[in-house]
Design a protein around this ligand. Structure first.
Ligand code: PLP
Length: 417
């Protein structure tokens, strides 16, 4: 199809096909040429309950008849109030404040600004952000600054700010991560640590243990360094629990949520903050207000979708569905492991990943991932490997036969590549 659209993370010079999707339901994407493609990565990790979930679609339709958009500086509306109350009821009690934005990246920008604002208004010169190697927090300038550096952001490097870095806590090397964190937290200018709890997504589905997450949280608390949990990918059941932090008994000072917040239907994000962070900005002095907004902050239609998602979480056995999917993922990867050779099979909740053993170049920029994507596309399966890492992160409603088709295709790929 000829088009003037400039797609994200797409090299148009390679002329790869860009399938046209006309409609979707559950785990299936239907294309204009009549194919039913299994969305095995939940359309970039957003779709939790399934595409076009009836309750969420109905809530959106109803909201379109009431209020489409409202300036959110100094005004409010029912769907936003409902979402804030719903989040307060299920997220840790100490996260008392809900700030809306519209994507995972913006929720991270907001978190960073909150952390810096907190220290600024407390009169302490703390501005250093500590980050974990291989992290990904989004593609805006601040989010890139706290993420891994490389080919993705080389042209923008002069603009990215300096951060403190700790190594990924690979199995057996966790202490090195904790020691590095301890050393950075001792620096008087360290403001906050931002982490993807339990699993680094874009970094290659790198999984680490809850004990390490807990220990990192304790080190931050000991030194008064703010702990920011970026649960943009891990939230909403992805790792088996509502949030990944829960598995470590960790309560962050600031929590970023997006993707599954609306069940993955429309864009919305929140950054939840503890009371001291709000209090640092709370004043009769107008100069101290939190200077962050975008035109569509807390868009009522998006909030109606999020409110419907929260109702689904309250009223339906979502975690049971998550647990059932997690079991099926483990069963599939174990089955494949008996017949094929690959490296590092791993699962966490609904996420399953493995690394292909290939003789050629396997880096993110090698042609392996595009070749694999084409291989899966030919089999009507949407997978988007990260280098040689193939992962499956489907909507929780994926049917047995659909999941079987995904894993059959992966089995074929393991043999063929
Ligand atoms: N943080 C994490 C952990 C993510 O995985 C992502 C996206 O994949 C983001 C932030 C950025 O979210 P968005 O793409 O909605 O800006």
């Amino acid at each position: 199809m000829s088009s003037s659209i400039w797609h994200p993370f797409t090299q148009h010079g390679l002329n790869e096909p860009v399938p046209l999707v006309t409609h979707a339901k559950g785990a299936l994407l239907h294309t204009a040429d009549g194919r039913a493609v299994i969305d095995a990565i939940s359309s970039w990790w957003v779709t939790t309950h399934g595409h076009c979930h009836p309750r969420i679609m109905a809530a959106i339709a109803e909201q379109t008849q009431k209020l489409d958009q409202l300036i959110f500086a100094g005004w409010t509306h029912e769907p936003a109030e409902e979402v804030a109350a719903g989040l307060r009821a299920i997220m840790p009690e100490s996260l008392t404040r809900v700030f809306f934005s519209d994507s995972g990246s913006t929720s991270v920008e907001v978190a960073l600004k909150m952390a810096l604002g907190f220290w600024h208004w407390r009169g302490e010169n703390r501005h250093r952000i500590v980050v974990m190697d291989h992290s990904y927090h989004g593609d805006t300038i601040g989010a890139m600054s706290v993420g891994a550096r490389g080919v993705f952001n080389r042209p923008y490097d002069p603009l990215l700010f300096d951060v403190g870095r700790i190594p990924f806590p690979a199995a057996g090397a966790e202490q090195a991560t904790l020691d590095a964190l301890e050393a950075l937290c001792r620096q008087p200018d360290t403001a906050a640590l931002i982490v993807e709890p339990l699993v680094l997504g874009s970094g290659g589905m790198l999984i680490y243990g809850p004990e390490t997450l807990k220990a990192m949280r304790e080190i931050c608390a000991k030194h008064g360094v703010l702990f920011i949990a970026d649960e943009v990918m891990t939230g909403w059941g992805r790792t088996g629990t509502l949030t990944a932090c829960e598995q470590a008994g960790v309560v962050p000072d600031i929590l970023c949520l997006s993707k599954g917040l609306t069940g993955g239907s429309v864009p919305l994000a929140v950054t939840m903050a503890s009371e001291p962070i709000f209090e640092a900005h709370h004043s009769t002095d107008r100069a101290r207000m939190f200077f962050h907004s975008s035109s569509y902050t807390a868009n009522p239609i998006a909030c109606a979708a999020a409110a419907a998602n929260l109702a689904i979480w309250r009223e339906e056995p979502v975690l049971e569905r998550v647990a059932a999917l997690a079991e099926r993922q483990v069963a599939w990867i174990e089955k494949l492991d008996r017949f094929c050779h690959f490296n590092n099979p791993r699962t966490l909740g609904t996420i399953a990943a493995l690394d292909l053993k290939t003789s050629g170049e396997t880096g993110y920029m090698s042609d392996l991932a595009p070749r694999l994507m084409a291989f899966f596309r030919e089999r009507d399966v949407l997978l988007r490997p990260l280098g040689n890492t193939v992962y499956v992160m489907p909507p929780y409603c994926i049917a047995d036969d659909e999941l079987a088709r995904v894993w059959d295709a992966i089995g074929e790929a393991v043999i063929s590549f």
